[in-house]
Design a binder for this molecule. Structure first.
Ligand SMILES: [Fe+2]
Length: 393
């Protein structure tokens, strides 16, 4: 069975079928996968800083054949017209590329098609580099969630949280890369769970729950088939294990769970409980930290939970807060010297239920306005992902 290939831009030729860009300096995004029908397209990609590309060799044609869908690209930066003042827009673009890559992995698994281990590793490299130069913007992107994209966004978000945590703990570059990659692949086994069980709207039966729990083993098997390193498979295999032995699938306890297995469990719980699901609203950042703290008495590693809390802070970028004047704002930038008074962007009035013209307020310089509490957009019946892209990006 033919496998997708990653190639350098210098090896791209007319007739090849392009699936996705893996590495680039610019902001070009693929609108439609398709054939390279002319040398001019290659030149355009080159000019826009595209470096590495995923192609489908099974669909490549001779240079003279001109039939089939032509590759269509779009300048992603054109979609985000207003400068955001920090790297959040760049982070959102990288995040959406991660979601595209997750989609490709999901499709290849559904079609039982091999998918090279290098794509996810190369993408993880990019995220590691990005977070190194801007530790908070990618975390912000994880909090501007798209409705109904949980399965695609969750693994990517877990990866981001793990890279942030590993860098905060000053782990070695290869350890940061390993936990990031394992996070990106955390629930890959879920794609092999039948949709009618995985997406069942009501309560699942005991038997169905056992099938869902099987995603860990299915994930390990898939990663083995694809040639991922053993250390990555081990971390993924331990993401539902708990220190008191109450986890699954092996009911490991204490030292049987490696440090990275303990870290991935924390990031997994945090992202899962903060996400809105069809059967329950997501928790605020603060509520999620409380859950982690309570679990750290028995099931999660106490020291690592403390690191996670310190790494994320009280009001991380992208969280929503209610202000004392009745406005809802997004935390835009942390104030290191005044952690309770970040820079915020109010965008909605709770009292009058209407949107506001967005401006920036530095709460450290504004004595009259304070943060009252953290809120979730679902509590206010707002689609913040939509609002962010329409008003704040
Ligand atoms: Fe899982």
């Amino acid at each position: 069975m033919t496998q997708f290939q990653t190639i350098d831009i210098d090896d791209l030729q007319v007739g090849m079928y392009v699936i996705e860009f893996v590495r680039q300096d610019g902001d070009l995004a693929i609108k439609n996968s398709g054939f390279i029908h002319s040398a001019a397209t290659i030149e355009l990609l080159n000019k826009n800083g595209v470096k590495r590309i995923i192609i489908d060799p099974s669909r490549s044609k001779s240079k003279t054949e001109k039939e089939g869908t032509t590759l269509e690209t779009v300048n992603a930066s054109a979609k985000v017209t207003k400068p955001s003042g920090n790297d959040v827009s760049k982070a959102l673009r990288l995040h959406s590329r991660g979601v595209s890559l997750q989609k490709l992995i999901h499709e290849s698994i559904k079609k039982n098609r091999p998918f090279s281990a290098t794509y996810a590793a190369e993408f993880t490299d990019l995220v590691v580099d990005f977070i190194e130069s801007n530790p908070t913007a990618m975390g912000c992107a994880t909090r501007i969630r798209k409705k109904d994209s949980y399965l695609l966004e969750h693994s990517l978000n877990v990866s981001v949280h793990l890279i942030q945590l590993a860098q905060h703990m000053k782990l070695s570059a290869s350890d940061v890369q390993d936990v990031g990659l394992a996070g990106f692949l955390i629930d890959v086994g879920k794609i092999r769970i039948p949709d009618e069980i995985l997406f069942k709207p009501g309560k699942v039966t005991k038997k169905e729950m056992e099938v869902i729990k099987g995603h860990v083993k299915l994930g390990e098997e898939y990663l083995q088939q694809q040639g991922y390193p053993e250390k990555i498979i081990k971390i993924v295999g331990q993401h539902h294990e708990r220190l008191d032995g109450s986890g699954y699938p092996k009911k490991l306890s204490g030292d049987e769970i490696c440090q990275f297995g303990r870290m991935i469990a924390i990031a997994d719980v945090y992202d899962a409980v903060t996400a809105d699901r069809p059967y329950r609203a997501g928790m605020t950042h603060q509520q999620a930290l409380k859950i982690l703290l309570s679990e750290s008495q028995t099931r999660l590693d106490t020291t690592l939970v403390q690191h996670f809390i310190k790494c994320n802070g009280i009001f991380p970028e992208g969280t929503l807060v209610e202000l004392s004047n009745g406005h809802v704002a997004m935390v835009f930038k942390e104030n290191k010297d005044a952690p309770l008074r970040p820079v915020v962007k109010p965008f909605y009035s709770i009292k009058s239920k209407h949107y506001l013209a967005v401006k920036e307020i530095d709460l450290a310089k504004s004595e009259s306005i304070k943060i009252v509490r953290q809120v979730k957009d679902s509590q206010l019946s707002i689609d913040f992902h939509k609002v962010f892209h329409e008003k704040m990006a």
